[in-house]
Design a protein. Sequence first.
Lengths: 198, 394
Amino acid sequence: MYEGPVQDLIDELARLPGIGPKSAQRLAFFLLSAEKTDVLRLADALVQVKEKVGFCSRCHNVAAGELCRICQNPRRDPKVICVVEEPRDVIAVERTQEFTGLYHVLGGALSPLDGITPERLHLAELLDRVRAAAVTEVILCVNPTVDGEATAAYLARELAPLEGVSVSRIASGLPVGGDLEYADEITLGRALAGRHAV
Amino acid sequence: MRVVRLRLHAFRNHEESVIGIGDGPVVVCGPNGAGKTGVLEAIHLLATGRSFRTSDADVLVSTGAVRGVVEADVEVAGGRKVRVGAAVGAADAGRRWMLNGTPRPRHRDVAVLRSVVFAPDDLRLAKGGPSERRDYLDEVLVSVAPRASAIISDYQRVLKQRNVLLRSIRGARGQAVPPALDTWTQMVADKGADLVVERSKVLARLAPHVSEAVAVLAGEDASTDYTPAWSPPGDEAVTDLSETDSVRSALATALDARRRDEIDRGTTLVGPHRDDIALGFGGRDVRTHASQGEQRVVSLALRLAHLAVLEDTTDDAPVLLLDDVFSELDPQRRGRLLDRLPRDAQTILTTTASADEAGVPPEIRAALTASGLGGTGGAQLVRVVDGKVLGDAV
Ligand SMILES: [Zn+2]
């Protein structure tokens, strides 16, 4: 155990995903020896991100205002919605430059093990969006994991009764058990192009 | 393929053992508890991702150590050399894999080695419960198609998810069943069908080899049938297990029929996690109506069939690991077994038989000479005493 504030910092850093106690210690001592202005800039960035950035009220992507940049863009096609698990998946799909519609971020995938029930995801909001707007196509662009597949299956069931909406899933070709985040643009682009109805 | 160097660090009772391996068969020799089997176990762990002796990673680590490490330099077809490694123990949340010094997340990323182990404990394949035979089948499946490990782990994940959900539904008795149950049920049918089909296909490849081996070893007929522990109500049992769509719909119907039971018991009762292989010997059920000697023959035949299917799949012969199998067999069957083993496969065997002056136990030496087993060079003796390797070639 270190002096109060140092230990507090280590404890806080260790709560971040992918940071173990050892890395937390290393980061803490790096910050301790860094220039004060650099550390204040980091602290300011942390405060700003929480104060100025929230989630898009329509698609739940990260947004600096009420709506995210994609939802604000009039050139995007509002009739097509690409459903993803996390905001980082929006970035992955955007990189492919294959998609010109809007997104819907679920905020995760179904997983009873982690207590993720349908109510914990932005599923009802998606159904409302599809019913309210003249949406013609929903593309389920979830991770090719068991949990992602279950989420797609659940959504396909919920969306099935809605008339005039075609529902498709991106084609495989993605590494099994992989994450969209790590798929390269070409693979993901092809998968998107080769989507199939569910 | 050949293992040319093996290192065990804080693994079982080996503090630090390094074995350089030549071209010939390797005889690992020493008293009981010396650490002979640990040598085979290390190779098999690298090949399959799991120990053939335990599912508990902690017992693989030497007492007092935090982490055990095993590492093999493998020469594959074409002469290319690859180093595969595993770290086991609580510190690594079970186990961690290395390929040429680079950490890899899953065993299938480092699945370079192929091995088949023959062990006295193999008797459980014939004698034990269904899970022994399912594990055998899954091991064969992954060894011939490493991608199949994804099918197995997907099914296990789906099962876990659905069981958690079923338990929570049981806990909230009286409330409406959430619609997510239908989704997870559909997932069990989907992933379960993939697994049943892969298993039944690989069993169909094994079956003729099992029959042939039983005929040679004991002069009897043998049968092997994939036996689902579930069936759709009213219908005949599912006959064609190689057709994904029909297996999926049969599973879905069977799941639907047991839904109430499953909610009451809070667990999934239908699916390939309960299936079995029915083994027959001379028209009798091996598990219930065969002698121990007959059960041993069938167990050996299952391993020989694995070997045959692997040889059929790749040109690079797997590493043969024979753990003290000679002590369990009479001389005639020992001879027939040795005759059946591939000549080009690297062979590593353990024995408690006492070594003569020249090092290799006389009966093993006689058997090895007669069979011409395990490559071109002379047999290499590796003595293991108290987790330490004292080696020399003979
Ligand atoms: Zn938005």
